[in-house]
Design a protein around this ligand. Sequence first.
Ligand code: FAD
Ligand code: MLT
Ligand code: ZN
Length: 453
Amino acid sequence: MDGLVVDLGEVVGPDQVLSDPEVVASYTVDWTGRFRGASTVVVRPGSVAEVAAVVVACRRHGAAVVPQGGNTGMVGGGVPLAGEVVLSLRRLDAVGDVDRLAGQVTVGGGATLGTVRQAAADAGWAYGVDFAARDSCTIGGNVGTNAGGLRVLRYGDTRAQVLGIEAVLGTGQVVSHLGGLLKDNTGYALPALLCGSEGTLGVVTAARLRLVPPSPHRVVALLAFGGTAEAVSAAAELRRGLPSLSATELMLQSGIALVCRVTGAPLPLADPHPAYLLVEAAGPADPTGELADAVDHLVGVAEVAVAEDSVRAAALWRYREAHTEAVNALGPPHKMDVTLPAAALADFVDRVPDEVAAVAPRAETWLFGHVADGNVHVNVTGLDPDDDRVDDAVLSLAAGYGGSISAEHGIGTAKRRWLHLNRTAAEIDAFRGIKAALDPDGILNPNVLLPAP
Ligand code: FAD
Ligand code: MLT
Ligand code: ZN
């Protein structure tokens, strides 16, 4: 390791090689606190050439590397759980000029999502991906996890935004294709491959992103329902009948009550209700009337609050976005981020608490999610971080319904032992073949995504 540290210092300068245990410690624990690792060194390159030289040095020394952006990932994929070198991309935070004609921008892998969103807005455009970690998570991490978030129903996931990629492969070679041509059938689509590869194939140093038209008019409403099934049906109906729909988020009374308890916010409606939808409509013209009409036609709405202004809209959004921190306030949760087929979604949500209780009677279950995508976030608190019996029960239940064990957070280290629930042996073999081609010595995030051989 000493020889590696010296070599890394020659590449990035000694100031950008961190080895003070207290400083390094802040890079070795994930956001949830569930995944705690250790490392002797964090390296912070400042350019793609430096990233390439760092990878080459690590390869020469046989040292495994964990690429890390904002360290907001939820599946233990960005922290060194087996003593890996932490390769922090945060210095690659440049945001290029917005190409106003093309509606595109090239950004560094370490630029935060929030900075990119602001740069797009300043140029009269918008960026389609958004979620609560916006000011900490990075575009490299978003690509690594193929992040989804709050507006997938309108704009798609991160993969749908990425037109070009620059990355350093496990060989140390740089692949760069940032022209942003909308039609470009010149071989394999590396951007698509790297989206969701969780740092196992390449280190993303830059991305060319498509931008979307801004939506200057936005209206937010909170709808209450007597049960999950009614809320799920209403979300489908809104998706069909409300073209300006830009978000529909499912919450339950238990989660709302927890958010109120942790943040001090008042209950959002006069009465408590079993299920809620946070609905946002947005577009070039005021969608308030359109939203009101659509809500009038819904079945099973028990109570409604419509935000009259942007302050109230932010307050309503806060009930949803604060779920993550409110759950974390109870101690490190087990987070199971799953997708269900639409027809099974309500049944799954209603069954999960009992399934969890059957395995861990004293645990608590918190459910919320991006309902239009079929994406439910199952959070369980009160469990030992290493006790994965509940994870097994919930992921098996989701897969049994024909669902996915990872909707948007990735597989990481947390779920690699269950990948077989969604992927055949032939698919996993193909994944290993791709990994071997792009990272022949297996130094990039070797303990993530692919099951242990
Ligand atoms: P990290 O946590 O640093 O890393 C995540 C993974 O990407 C790791 O496997 C890492 O090795 C890899 N990686 C990081 N940088 C690079 C790079 N430059 N090149 C290659 N691989 C890299 N996620 C959603 O999808 N939707 C949500 O709605 C959402 N909401 C969230 C809300 C909160 C409050 C929090 C804390 C998190 C939320 N997340 C959400 C999870 C998280 O923010 C995303 O997974 C995000 O994409 C991670 O970005 P990051 O920069 O923090 O990556
Ligand atoms: C969210 O939608 O809030 C995120 O994916 C984070 C979480 O699951 O807590
Ligand atoms: Zn989410």
